[in-house]
Ligand binder design. Sequence first.
Ligand code: 2AM
Ligand code: CA
Ligand code: CA
Ligand code: CA
Length: 269
Amino acid sequence: MDKKERELVFEKAKAFVNEAGQQIREKIDHPRTIETKSNANDLVTEMDQKTEEFFAESIRDEFPEHKLFGEEGFGHDIKDLNGVVWIVDPIDGTMNFVHQKRNFAISVGVYADGVGEIGIIYDVMQDVLYTAVRGEGAYKNEVKLAELTNQRLLVQSIIGLNTTWLIPENPYVNHNKLLDLVKKIRSTRSYGSAALELAYIAEGVMDGYLTMSLMPWDVAAGKIIVNEVGGLVTTADGKDIDMLNRTTMLASHPRIHSEVIRNFVELKK
Ligand code: 2AM
Ligand code: CA
Ligand code: CA
Ligand code: CA
């Protein structure tokens, strides 16, 4: 994707996100149809679906050759990242959307032949837009975010961590090592939107985020934004993220990334 095309797609993507966000805000107090997906706590609403449908139609109208990879199934059956693929989570943090009517985001990552070109995370209710275009840095509402240099030591760090991963029976990770991490660091947070947690790392208000189960649309935009300020986004054991399948993730500023993996993450087989 050349610079001119990147700029055009970026402008259109921002316009789609703003329009979708406005629709959600206008209907935030309307009655919800809430269904469950894989389990009783895995929620989806008509607004998740309508928003993704809006992206599907908008992308098809403006860029018929582009593909959509989205959570709610309005996109294409994506088997590879050839060409231009929009990786979209229409509402990241659906449980927050339903229960709190805040703390959820629209997440849009645009990949060209597997390379992350554009990342947009929109905190809909706060009206805060995080963006990045590859090679041009990251922004919060038009203000450029600082590079992540000279960041905090691990003992001074706030790490995003869901308490689920501390349950001994969890199938993914040695919980005792994570308890050691919790004891070592300054504190944990759990915001319930992976996209927002990644945006907060890029902003420098969180030092890391460790999780054992994400889908590509949870991380596609945030990875680009975090990378643009010099942060690292890998699997929980330090490998490249697979943007087609479920993944673990450790995102952080560079100072603590390898230390967390080396000393505190032991994945179960
Ligand atoms: P969602 O709201 O779009 O479903 C909550 O901790 C975070 O994890 C949210 O970003 C949420 O996205 C995501 N999430 C929820 N259920 C998930 C699942 N079964 N697998 C992976 N990610 C999930
Ligand atoms: Ca979901
Ligand atoms: Ca999500
Ligand atoms: Ca979602």
